[in-house]
Design a protein around this ligand. Structure first.
Ligand code: HPA
Length: 236
């Protein structure tokens, strides 16, 4: 047990998928894993461990925003031995070519600040995805026929953004989408020498103002879970 995770050490798999929403963790575990067992419910942050194609997998919520994700990623890696962490979440599109329901694989994650800022100080560290996961996810997405974009994203500290000028600069510099967790996931994973990737579905669009109808969210989310699982166990 840790401060925020009630599981005993052996109850967490080396591969962890991390949706923001704990109920998404429950849904994904019950939909995609065999014999899912609830291993955490501290503060309502649900985690489940089961198997996928014979591989042990944990699906554990991260909560919203980098401070919340940072707590769970640190404990999963340091106390439970997680070696592969894949965020599965939604993002806002920031390019015309990026459409609602498309998948984004975050090669890098820019930010104004992350919980790791205190370590990096004046350094503009560039948090990046693990290449083996990124390339395997790109192949899995292509095999599924999912329209996929690979590139930089923005991990924001606020959902209700008051800086249209900054968003314009990011769009101008090719940033594909905005979410609120990936940069710190990459920082923590790189610090501990483990693999991380963010697989994101475009649920809303900053330029067009469109949003994914709630009825479509589940199936789009399912594609992302499958891409993440295939990437985690490619060549293994
Ligand atoms: N902003 C920040 N995070 C998000 C968004 C957004 O527009 N959409 C989904 N996650």
């Amino acid at each position: 047990m840790t401060i925020h995770i009630g599981a005993t050490p052996g109850e967490i798999a080396e591969t962890v998928l991390m949706p923001g929403d704990p109920y998404r963790a429950k849904w994904a575990a019950e939909t995609f894993l065999s014999d899912p067992v609830c291993v955490n419910e501290v503060r309502g942050m649900l985690g489940y461990t089961g198997t996928w194609n014979g591989h042990r997998v944990t699906i554990h919520g991260s909560g919203m925003g980098m401070p919340s994700l940072s707590i769970y990623a640190n404990e999963l890696i340091r106390d439970y031995g997680a070696k592969t962490l894949i965020r599965i979440g939604s993002c806002g599109g920031m390019q015309d070519k990026v459409k609602i329901r498309d998948v984004i694989l975050a090669m890098t994650a820019s930010s104004i600040s992350t919980p790791s800022r205190g370590i990096f100080k004046e350094l503009n560290f560039a948090p990046c995805a693990d290449w083996s996961l990124l390339s395997a996810a790109a192949q899995a997405a292509e095999a599924k026929g999912t329209t996929t974009h690979v590139g930089g994203i923005y991990s924001a500290d606020v959902f209700y953004d008051e800086r249209p000028d900054l968003n314009e600069q990011m769009t101008r510099h090719g940033i594909l989408g905005v979410e609120m967790e990936a940069a710190e996931l990459y920082n923590v994973a790189l610090r501990h020498g483990v693999r991380a990737l963010a697989v994101l579905t475009v649920s809303d669009h900053l330029i067009t103002g469109e949003a994914l109808p709630s009825a479509d969210r589940e199936s789009s989310f399912g594609d992302m879970v499958e891409i993440a699982l295939e990437a985690a166990f490619a060549h293994r």
